[in-house]
Design a binder for this molecule. Structure first.
Ligand code: ATP
Length: 588
């Protein structure tokens, strides 16, 4: 209750802050500055989503501001179109440009991605500045203002309302989007794209959607900018603007929605102050910004917003309705009486290294098979072949008698294979519950539009009830609202198990699930895995804890240097001389 009151107070203060500039208490010059902050924060907000959440750094956002500004400018001057109709036209042009540029650049990774955006950012800047129909070097003039009937939105105070209305709507849309099924998928893109794919997220598509969304926010800013300034010059959309937008996102907090506003405010006010103070020595402005950036990266890598947000009232945890849990999927019955998973001479080479060397074995229905072997034996590579992360160089992997070795990870997940990872792959800043709900991605359908308009609440309730139930099963219900990054390594592994269970898999692949678990936790995990097997689930587990494996597995397959050296019942494997020499002699 206290938290709710505090939130109302914070909301009231925010509304007051938005309304005060409409009164003569605030000089017009400051209102103009607030308009520029609002416009910049729209573009910076897109960057926060693109870079901070999606992990894609762009040096080209100013180009999208330019596309929209020139589109509405051209249509309203040369073709006499209403400036209001310029908005949809600008968004269509910006969206199409983003689709084309994104389709090319979003395939790049690492340093090549920002370099790619820099390259087209510069090219588009030159196109703007050298196209006669856009006004060339002199720029475009005479852009009409926006009108409401006979009233022109010319004065800063009237334009301020429009700009900040757009900012508030964009903030709400972005917050809604991030708090949704697609939003969770976006947030997994930055460091956990492999995990997202393993749960059915179409990552290439998700990246393109994030890219277009960020470009559209920049497009709204461009449309507003054109009818506010009423003249356009290419210099507003060049390298300096691109760097400013990135600076805003980083200074405010690149992983934080409100960081965009804060960063835009700090950079624009500071720029103005520095211009006043330094006058002709304006070139030192870059030096000041450079020092500021180094300071932030050194002392608060997540930007300034996280420092301020600790003073805000805590958010209430979402309520979970256990009755809303989704039904288990109605899977087609097994098409054959044969094994659920079959590997036939599966082989994987990395250059000259044979990581998996013609390995064959099966996992039956409701059977637990353990895969053991020394470090580097090829166990994780084998998991990657089964889940489609890597393609087999030769051989066959079939699931329920159908070949899956050429399928994508997403298609394999949809068939009912879920996995955990040797190196935990969670999104640390998301709550434990949200991480687990990512496992149910394929069980939901809501897209971007439903998320933005909040039409996905019923589906979200079902997904979260499903995730909460899986968390209960692994004994982590109490931790569900904590950020996943705050858990111990053992707990994170259990969260991965819960996430995998969220897919309701027919085959569960566990890569070293007991590593980092305490004795009691291991016992509880073994009990859970036995229960799952009792419910008909098949399990393939890689584990170095021999006692855990011996007590759990129906059968054990042993790998060494990529080759299968033994297969049999636990008691047979324990006394197998080849296994003792290659592995057990070293671990017991
Ligand atoms: N992407 C890769 N490129 C080149 N070599 C690789 C790659 N991935 C794995 N390997 C090599 O393949 C071999 C098998 O590695 P893998 O990680 O599958 O072994 P593992 O049995 O899971 O070992 P551990 O128990 O240490 O995880 C190792 O020699 C490893 O160095």
């Amino acid at each position: 209750m206290k938290g709710a009151t505090a939130r109302w107070q914070a909301g009231g203060l925010a509304i007051l802050a938005l309304v005060v500039p409409l009164t003569p208490l605030v000089p017009e010059f400051w209102v103009t500055l607030l308009i520029l902050i609002g416009l910049a924060s729209l573009t910076a907000l897109g960057l926060v989503v693109l870079t901070g959440m999606g992990g894609m750094t762009s040096f080209g956002q100013a180009a999208f501001v330019g596309f929209a500004a020139y589109t509405t400018g051209l249509l309203s001057t040369t073709y006499g179109l209403s400036p209001w109709l310029g908005l949809p036209a600008a968004l269509v042009v910006t969206g199409l440009a983003a689709c084309a540029l994104g389709a090319i650049t979003m395939r790049l990774s690492g340093h090549y991605l920002p370099l790619g955006t820099l390259a087209w950012g510069i090219s588009i800047f030159y196109i703007f500045g050298n196209s006669a129909f856009l006004g060339g070097q002199t720029g475009m003039t005479g852009i009409p203002p926006l009108r409401l009937g006979s009233f022109s939105l010319i004065g800063p105070r009237s334009y301020y309302i429009l700009v900040w209305l757009a900012v508030v709507l964009s903030l709400v849309a972005t917050i809604n989007l991030l708090d949704s099924r697609v939003g969770r998928a976006f947030r997994a893109l930055r460091n956990n794209a492999i995990a997202a794919e393993a749960f059915g997220v179409l990552t290439a598509r998700a990246k393109l959607i994030v890219f277009v969304y960020a470009a559209l926010l920049a497009g709204v800013a461009g449309w507003l900018y054109a009818h506010f300034q009423r003249t356009l010059s290419a210099s507003a959309f060049g390298a300096e603007a691109n760097i400013d937008y990135l600076l805003m996102a980083i200074v405010g907090g690149v992983g934080q929605v409100f960081g965009a506003l804060l960063g835009a405010g700090i950079v624009i006010v500071l720029k103005d102050l520095l211009q006043d103070m330094l006058g002709r020595l304006g070139m030192f402005q870059d030096l000041v910004f450079g020092i500021m950036l180094v300071g932030i990266l050194q002392y608060s890598r997540d930007g300034i917003w996280p420092l301020l947000s600790s003073w805000l009232p805590p958010t209430t945890p979402r309520s979970i309705d256990p009755a809303a849990d989704i039904e288990r999927p109605a899977r087609a019955p097994a098409t054959s009486s044969g094994p659920l998973l079959a590997l036939d001479k599966a082989r994987k080479t990395f250059g000259g290294l044979v990581a998996v060397d013609d390995v064959s074995f099966n996992v039956g229905h409701a059977e637990t098979v353990a895969l053991i072997g020394p470090n580097g034996a090829g166990k994780s590579t084998l998991f990657n072949l089964i889940t489609g992360v890597r393609r087999a160089s030769s051989g066959r992997v079939s699931f329920d008698s159908a070949s899956i070795e050429r399928l994508s990870p997403q298609m394999i997940a949809r068939r009912g294979i879920a996995r955990t990872f040797q190196h935990v792959r969670l999104v640390p800043e998301l709550s434990v519950l949200e991480n687990v709900a990512l496992g149910a991605h394929t069980r939901g359908h809501a897209g971007v539009a439903s998320a933005v308009l909040r039409l996905d609440r019923a589906e979200e309730r079902r997904l979260f009830a499903h995730a909460a139930r899986r968390l209960e099963r692994v004994g982590l219900a109490k931790e569900m609202f904590r950020p996943a990054g705050h858990l111990s390594l053992g707990q994170m592994r259990l969260v991965e198990v819960a996430r995998a269970l969220c897919l309701d898999p027919r085959l569960l692949l566990l890569d070293e699930p007991a590593a980092g678990l305490r004795a009691a936790e291991k016992k509880a995990l073994a009990k859970l895995l036995r229960e799952l097997k009792g419910e008909g689930m098949s399990i393939l587990v890689v584990e170095h804890d021999v006692d855990f494996v011996m007590g759990l597995a129906d059968r054990i397959v042993v790998l060494d240097f990529g080759k299968k050296i033994a297969e049999g019942l636990p008691q047979e494997i324990r006394v197998n001389p080849l296994v003792i020499e290659a592995y057990l002699g070293g671990v017991e």
